[in-house]
Write a protein that binds this ligand. Structure first.
Ligand SMILES: Nc1nc2c(ncn2[C@@H]2O[C@H](COP(=O)(O)OP(=O)(O)OP(=O)(O)O)[C@@H](O)[C@H]2O)c(=O)[nH]1
Ligand SMILES: [Mg+2]
Length: 373
C-alpha cells in the first residue's frame, strides 16, 4: 500500500522518533479535558516504551493502564501501531472477566447503581473496571467526566478503575476504543467489567455486541416507560432491574417487576438457555444488590457449562472483525481523493434526474478502483 492510498489514520507523516518508544501524555492526551491533560503532561513527561507499558499493565499498575488506554484512544495516526503492538502483547492475558453491559434511560440510576454494585464487588475481593459508552458525547465530540464525581466512593477505591467515555475518532470510533480498553483492563487484572450506556436507542446494540450479560435498569411504571423505549431493546437483555425499589416506591417497584418478568417470558431469550427475568433493587440503600450478583454468577456458571458463554465471545470476535473491516472499507472509500472530487457532481446528477443511482454508483466505484491500480 503506498502512502497516498492509505486511509487517514495510516498517515505516516508523523513517525519520526516513534520507532520504539513514545512520549505519553504530551503526545496523546489531546482528547482529554484541559485540566487532566495538563496534569498528565506535568506528571508524565518521560518517555516510555510499549514494553514498559505492558509490564506495568500486567502488574496491575493503574497509572500505566490509564496511559495505555490514552494511547488506544489517541486519534493520532502515529500512535496506531504502538497501540496495536501493546494490545497484541497483552492479548494472552485478556478475557478472564465477566463483561456486563448496563443500560437505562437518563435518570434510571445507572451511575448510582454502579457505585453501589461496584463497591460491593470490591469488598468481596473483585477488581472492577467501569467504562462508559456515551452516544451524546460522541456526537458532540466531547467526553463526559461528570460520572466520576457521581461515583465518588468507587472512584477512590483502589480495587476499582473508572474511565469516562472516549471521544469519537476514526476506525470504529467509540466502539473500537471501548472494546480495546476493555481488553487492557482485563490484562490489568480487572475481573468485572461494567460498561454503562445511556439507553437512548443507538448504543445498546453496540454494547450488547461486546458484553456477556446485558442488563437494563428501569424505573417503576413499566407501561409508561415502555412507550418511550425502543421495542428491540427488550430482546437484547438478559435481565431487567427495577431500580429505586425503596421507600414509598417499593410496592410499585414490585408490581413493575412482575410486569417486566411477564413481558420477558414471551420473548426469545437473548442468551440461549438463559431465561431473562426482572429483579428489584435499590442502588441507594443497597437492597437487592447481593442477590443481583448471585444472578450474574449463576448466569456465568450456567452459560460456561453449556458453552454458550464461550461461543458468544467467539461470535463477538468474528462480528468485531467484520464491523472493523466494514468501517475500514468505508473510510478508504470516502477519504479517497478521487471519490471526494467526484461525489458532489454525482450527487447533483442523481438529484436532478440526469443519471440513475445505479450508474452513479458504478461510476464512483470505477473511479475508486482506478486509484487502487
Ligand atoms: N430513591 C432512590 N433514588 C435513586 C436510586 N438510584 C438512583 N437514585 C437517584 O436518581 C437520580 C439519578 O441517578 P443517576 O445514578 O445519576 O442516574 P443515571 O441513570 O446514571 O443518569 P444519567 O447518567 O443521566 O443517564 C439521582 O438523583 C439518584 O440519587 C435508588 O435506588 N433509590
Ligand atoms: Mg449516569
Amino acid at each position: 500500500m503506498s502512502d497516498d492510498k492509505r486511509p487517514e489514520w495510516f498517515d505516516s507523516s508523523n513517525h519520526e522518533g516513534f520507532a520504539s518508544s513514545l512520549k505519553p501524555g504530551v503526545e496523546f492526551a489531546a482528547d482529554r479535558t484541559k485540566e487532566s491533560t495538563s496534569k498528565f503532561v506535568k506528571k508524565h513527561g518521560e518517555t516510555i516504551s510499549v514494553q514498559e507499558l505492558k509490564k506495568g499493565i500486567l502488574s496491575g499498575d493503574r497509572a500505566r493502564l490509564a496511559k495505555g488506554i490514552t494511547l488506544i484512544e489517541s486519534n493520532a495516526s502515529h500512535h496506531f501501531n504502538h497501540a496495536q503492538e501493546l494490545l497484541h502483547s497483552v492479548l494472552p492475558h485478556t478475557g478472564r472477566s465477566i463483561r456486563i453491559g448496563i443500560s437505562g434511560v437518563p435518570g434510571a440510576g445507572k451511575s448510582t447503581f454502579i457505585e453501589t454494585f461496584g463497591t460491593y464487588l470490591c469488598e468481596r475481593g473483585h477488581k472492577v473496571a467501569v467504562l462508559a459508552v456515551d452516544p451524546s458525547s460522541s456526537i458532540n465530540g466531547g467526553s463526559i467526566l461528570g460520572d466520576k464525581t457521581r461515583m465518588e466512593e468507587l472512584a477512590r477505591n483502589p480495587r476499582a478503575f473508572i474511565r469516562p467515555s472516549p471521544s469519537e475518532g476514526t476506525l470504529g470510533g467509540v466502539h473500537r476504543k471501548t472494546r480495546e480498553t476493555m481488553l487492557l483492563c482485563e490484562a490489568a487484572g480487572f475481573d468485572v467489567i461494567l460498561i454503562e450506556t445511556v439507553g437512548v436507542g443507538q448504543s445498546e446494540a453496540m454494547v450488547r455486541s461486546m458484553v456477556d450479560f446485558f442488563m437494563l435498569l428501569v424505573l417503576t411504571g413499566a407501561g409508561d416507560e415502555l412507550q418511550g423505549m425502543k421495542k428491540g431493546i427488550m430482546e437484547l437483555v438478559d435481565g431487567i432491574v427495577v431500580n429505586k425499589a425503596d421507600g414509598d416506591n417499593l410496592p410499585l417497584a414490585i408490581r413493575t417487576k412482575s410486569e417486566y418478568s411477564r413481558m420477558l417470558h414471551f420473548l426469545q431469550p437473548a442468551t440461549k438457555g438463559w431465561a431473562g427475568k426482572a429483579y428489584t433493587c435499590s442502588a441507594l440503600t443497597g437492597k437487592g444488590i447481593p442477590e443481583l450478583w448471585g444472578v450474574l454468577t449463576d448466569f456465568s456458571e450456567t452459560t460456561k457449562k453449556s458453552g454458550v458463554f464461550q461461543e458468544r465471545r467467539r461470535m463477538q470476535a468474528k462480528e468485531w472483525l467484520y464491523s472493523l473491516m466494514d468501517h475500514q472499507l468505508k473510510m478508504m472509500f470516502y477519504k479517497n481523493e478521487a471519490i471526494k472530487e467526484l461525489l458532489p457532481n454525482l450527487e447533483n446528477q442523481v438529484m436532478s434526474g440526469n443519471k440513475t443511482v445505479t450508474a452513479a454508483v458504478k461510476q464512483a466505484f470505477q473511479a475508486f478502483m482506478d486509484t487502487l491500480e
